[in-house]
Design a protein around this ligand. Sequence first.
Ligand code: TXA
Ligand code: MG
Length: 352
Amino acid sequence: DKKAEESGWTPTSEIALREAADRLRLGGLVAFPTETVYGLGANACSTEAVAGIYQAKGRPSDNPLIVHVASEADLDELVFPYPSLAGRLMERFWPGPLTIVLPVRPGVLSPLVTANLSTVGIRMPDHPAALELIQLAGCPVAAPSANRSGRPSPTVADHVLEDLNGRIDGIVDGGATGVGLESTVVELEGECAIRILRPGGVTAEALRLAFPDAEILYESEESSMSEQPRSPGMKYTHYAPKGELAVVQGQPDAVVAYVNEQARQYKENGVATGVLSFSERVCRYEADLVLDLGGQSRLEEAAQRLYGALRQFDEAGVSRIWAEACVPEGIGGALMNRLVKAAGGRIIDLDK
Ligand code: TXA
Ligand code: MG
């Protein structure tokens, strides 16, 4: 079908998919494409398998994993009855890049999946290969992004191999992922409030439009960095490039002038420099490696390119990187969130 073609996955890989599903069910680690980023899957009911995920990634074990399902019917044995608002979110956004935190029913999922929380994040990915893999495996699939901890999430199969080759039992290659950034993680406060714990593929605007009566709340930066954040993953610096990154915002001409002046100084001292730019200004920067995120009015494309670009800077051994800021609207909200995280919070605001 059309979706399968777009994602580069074709039904000819059916045999490979069956094999991958068998490995998953039997406790192996299999990386697979989703519409957001590649996931590293394991049978979510097997503690041994799930332990393998933490080990392969080098991930801290207090950071819980998202469980992927192929149908809503698979949910009942995993979670306690949930607010009807959760059901309506699923109806509207599943399959899709929305992870919903729900009260976990003890006894079915490995406690390692939830890092001993009383809740579990669940999503149904919008990718034909992912859905078929989960269905064939016949078990809920725990899957964080398929990168080594501290590296950018993988958006093509090669990124997975770069990070995890030799540590996993297989990979389903579905070509490039669609969204390019991870799913939106939400938790509900009763029937009337949706709290965004991690911005992602389902934008705040889309949530507001679909549920005009619900209050949309955001996890504050202080809370996310505290000892007991609502979303444990947010307290980790997700990805820090080998080079030091800063996000620069302000009038376009001022941004170009500032970055070029900085780059000139660093270059004089023999430091390799990089810029992450939108197409509009890509020719104006004088750094050693200038990467193009696409037009600034097409932030969907920038989201698709971001993680690959960050990997390119690492490969090139760039030590100072400046990234243009974007409008934090639509997918731009998630894009800025990831950029600022990669920058360790360094934002240079030239308007101030
Ligand atoms: O798009 C995605 O979500 C990808 C693909 C593979 O599905 N997965 C992904 O997983 O990004 P991971 O493990 O890299 O990120 C999971 C995020 C973390 O920030 C984690 O703290 C949060 O979800 N999370 C998981 N379970 C949670 C829970 N019970 N309560 C709050 N946050 C939770
Ligand atoms: Mg991740």
